[in-house]
Design a protein. Structure first.
Length: 208
């Protein structure tokens, strides 16, 4: 378990792909690594890897949950997609979550179970028919990045659930978190590069 920073209020760590964010997944692994108290305050899909923050106290849990609600916890991702989505843009959709199929869909009207999803992206590099994109989430919907890009014909590499012809690990990495410190002493701004393996090593990510 890669723990990058730990104090009385929060734990910054790297979630491996294939592990769920909630109990008994990541919290259990963190306790095994010596973290006495762990509260899950945000989530990544099981298949998604990268940077996460967990609360280590009730104060930290309340503070971080409030920061998420107020939009003061900012999340950025890197993804490798098939095709070229253009230099930059905004994606705004209505998403319906089918829990029985564990899949989300873009729909054309609001109804029960439908929620708005918004993200902004910038294409950082292109190579071999693939694009490296940096994504900032404005909302946090289930499978949001995956379904929004796939619905426009740019599935994430390795995402067979949403139409990628390439099998393998999902090319989606939680690369940066920004949030105010619960103790009021400034803020956290932490970036972590993806692993040095294909397809990430086709590109320069700009993160060290």
């Amino acid at each position: 378990m890669d723990i990058l920073e730990q104090n009385a209020d929060y734990i910054l760590c790297l979630k491996p792909a294939g592990v769920i964010s909630e109990e008994p997944g990541m919290p259990g692994l963190l306790r095994e690594a010596g973290c006495r108290q762990v509260w899950c305050v945000h989530r990544l899909d099981r298949e998604t890897a990268g940077l996460m923050v967990y609360a280590a106290s009730q104060r930290g849990a309340a503070f971080l949950s409030r920061a998420i609600t107020e939009g003061r916890l900012e999340k950025e991702y890197l993804a490798v997609v098939s095709g070229d989505p253009g230099n930059r843009g905004e994606m705004r959709d209505l998403l319906f979550r089918d829990s029985a199929k564990n899949k989300s869909y873009v729909v054309d009207r609001m109804r029960k179970g439908v929620r708005e999803a918004v993200l902004r992206y910038e294409t950082l590099a292109r190579r071999e028919g693939l694009s490296l994109v940096r994504i900032r989430l404005e909302t946090g919907r289930s499978h949001q990045i995956r379904v929004q890009f796939a619905s426009r014909g740019f599935p994430l590499l390795g995402d067979s659930r949403y139409g990628s012809p390439v099998r393998g690990d999902l090319a989606l990495w939680s690369c940066r978190l920004r949030f105010p410190r619960p103790d009021g002493k400034g803020s956290v701004d932490r970036g972590v590069p993806p692993p040095d393996r294909w397809p990430w090593n086709l590109f320069e990510t700009g993160l060290e």
